[in-house]
Design a protein around this ligand. Structure first.
Ligand code: ZN
Length: 450
C-alpha cells in the first residue's frame, strides 16, 4: 500500500539526533508538570521557541490560564494527508521519598534517564520534537499534507483541558489522517519470536457502585441495627473473580496476528493457554485485559462517624470494557459475579472505548521500519486496557488512523509497563535514540505526493 521511494531518496538522520532527544528528555523532566495542577505553560513556551526557530508554524492554545496546548505545523508542498505526532506533556505525581533519584532531576546514569515522565511520556515528546526539528532543519518538507506536532496538557486527569478541548475548539488545527501517540511499541516475546505492539484500540471506562442498605443505629448496640457495611463485605470479595474471558474483536485480532493465522472464537482458550505456558505476563499484561470486561473494587464508603452503624454502604468498581461493549454488558457481567442478593448497582461514569482499523498505510510503514531495525521481528495490533488522548482524536476524526507506537527494543513491555505512574520511572538511552530515528523516518516513509 505504501509506495516506498528508494531509500536513497530519504535523508539520513544527523549524528546528533539521538543525543538531542536524550538531552531534551532530561530538560523536560526538570519542568514540574504534575497534574493536578499541571502548569504546562512554561514547558510549552520552551518547546514553542525551539519549534518556531526551526521554521514550524506554531499555536499556543491555553484552555485555562497556565494550561497550554501547543500545535506546530510543517506545511507540505501541496495539500494531502496530514501526519501528526501526538503527545501529552503533563505527568502524574511522584513521591521523592520512594525514588532512588530525584523524580525531577533528569539524571543520566549508565545509559538510563531517570525521572517522572521518562516513559509517560516526556521521552516520547522529546523524540517527536527532536526528530521533527531535525527534518525541518535538514530542509525536508512533506511532499503533500502537513506534518503536525500536537502537544497536549491535562491528559492525566481526562484531557478536558487538553485533547478533548482541542478537538472541540480547534478541530481544523489538529485534524490529521494519521496520528501517532503513546500506548504501544514495547517489544515482547512469544516462543522466541519478537513482537512490537501497535496500539490501535483502547478499552473504555464504565464505573459503577454496588450499594447495600440496612438501618442506622448506635454502634454500642449492634443487635438492634442492620449494618450495611457487613452486608457489603461479601459482595466486595466476589470481585476476587473476574468476568470470564470473551472473544472480543481486539482479542481475536491480536491472537490471530501473533499466531499468523485467523483464530476463531472457539480457539481463544487454547491460544491463551499457549501464551500462559510461554510467559504468564503475556496473559496478565496483554491478552487477558483484551479479552473482555474487568472489574476492580477501588473505594469504599459507609458511615461518616465511628459510633454510627451505617444505613448504607457502597463500593466503587472500576470497570473496563472493550469498545464494542456498553452498560448493558457491564451490568450483566456484574450481576453474574454478584449473584442473587440484596444490593443495588448504580453506573456513575462512562467513557466508551474506541479503535482505529488495524490495517493501514501507517501500520505498513511501521512494520517496514521494524523489519529494518529489528530483522525478523513482527508487529501485532494491541489494545490497551486504559485510554489516552487517542480516545478524543478517534472520536473527533473517525476516519483517521490513530495508533500508539513508541519503539522500545531494549526495555521490553514487562520492564516499561510497571514503571508507568510508579517510582523510579526511567528510560534507556538506546531506546530514546531508536525512537528519535523512528520519528525522523516515518514522515519520509509515509508522506508521499498525492
Ligand atoms: Zn501517558
Amino acid at each position: 500500500m505504501s509506495a516506498e521511494p528508494p531509500s536513497s531518496a530519504r535523508i539520513a538522520p544527523p549524528e546528533s539526533l539521538g543525543s538531542s532527544a536524550v538531552e531534551l528528555t532530561r530538560k523536560l523532566i526538570r519542568f514540574d508538570t504534575v497534574n493536578p495542577p499541571g502548569n504546562e505553560l512554561p514547558l510549552q513556551e520552551f518547546l514553542l521557541e525551539m519549534l518556531e526557530s526551526a521554521g514550524f508554524e506554531c499555536d499556543l492554545l491555553e484552555s485555562e490560564p497556565t494550561r497550554a496546548n501547543l500545535v506546530a505545523r510543517l506545511p507540505g508542498n501541496e495539500p494531502g494527508k496530514n501526519l501528526a505526532f501526538l503527545a501529552h506533556v503533563d505527568t502524574v505525581k511522584a513521591d521523592t521519598s520512594d525514588w532512588q533519584h530525584d523524580p525531577w532531576g533528569g539524571d543520566l546514569i549508565d545509559g538510563v534517564v531517570w525521572g517522572r515522565g521518562a516513559i509517560d511520556m516526556k521521552g516520547q515528546v522529546s523524540c517527536e520534537v527532536s526528530a521533527a526539528i531535525a527534518l525541518a532543519e535538514a530542509g525536508w518538507r512533506p511532499p503533500s499534507g502537513d506534518l503536525k506536532l500536537i502537544l497536549t496538557c491535562d491528559e492525566e486527569t481526562s484531557g478536558t483541558r487538553g485533547a478533548i478541548w482541542l478537538c472541540r475548539e480547534h478541530p481544523e488545527l489538529v485534524q490529521a489522517d494519521y496520528i501517532v501517540n503513546e500506548g504501544g511499541g514495547d517489544y515482547f516475546e512469544l516462543d522466541g519470536q519478537r513482537f512490537y505492539g501497535i496500539c490501535h484500540s483502547e478499552k473504555g471506562l464504565m464505573r459503577f457502585k454496588v450499594r447495600s442498605r440496612g438501618s442506622a443505629g448506635h454502634a454500642s448496640q449492634p443487635a438492634i441495627s442492620e449494618n450495611a457495611l457487613i452486608k457489603l463485605a461479601p459482595l466486595i470479595t466476589r470481585f476476587t473473580e473476574q468476568p470470564p474471558p470473551e472473544p472480543s474483536r481486539d482479542g481475536l485480532a491480536f491472537l490471530s496476528a501473533v499466531r499468523g493465522s485467523e483464530v476463531s472464537p472457539d480457539e481463544v482458550a487454547v491460544e491463551v493457554e499457549r501464551m500462559r505456558a510461554s510467559d504468564q505476563r503475556l496473559v496478565d499484561y496483554l491478552v487477558g485485559p483484551m479479552l473482555g470486561i474487568t472489574m476492580s473494587p477501588t473505594m469504599v464508603s459507609a458511615s461518616e462517624k465511628a459510633n454510627v452503624i451505617p444505613a448504607a454502604a457502597e463500593v466503587f468498581i472500576d470497570c473496563r470494557i472493550p469498545p464494542e461493549c456498553g452498560e448493558r454488558e457491564a451490568r450483566e457481567r456484574a450481576e453474574a459475579l454478584l449473584g442473587e442478593g440484596d444490593y443495588e448497582i448504580e453506573f456513575v461514569e462512562a467513557v466508551p472505548g474506541n479503535s482505529s482499523e488495524p490495517e493501514s498505510p501507517l501500520r505498513d510503514a511501521i512494520a517496514e521500519w521494524i523489519d529494518e531495525v529489528d530483522p525478523g521481528a513482527r508487529v501485532a495490533p494491541i489494545a490497551t486496557p486504559f485510554f489516552s488522548d487517542s480516545n478524543a482524536f478517534r472520536k473527533a476524526f473517525p476516519d483517521s488512523f490513530v495508533y500508539g507506537f513508541f519503539p522500545r527494543r531494549d526495555q521490553g513491555l514487562f520492564d516499561a509497563a510497571p514503571l508507568m505512574h510508579a517510582a523510579d520511572e526511567r528510560a534507556m538511552v538506546s531506546d530514546l535514540e531508536l525512537a528519535a530515528e523512528f520519528f525522523f523516518d516515518l514522515p519520509q516513509r509515509l508522506m508521499q505526493p498525492d
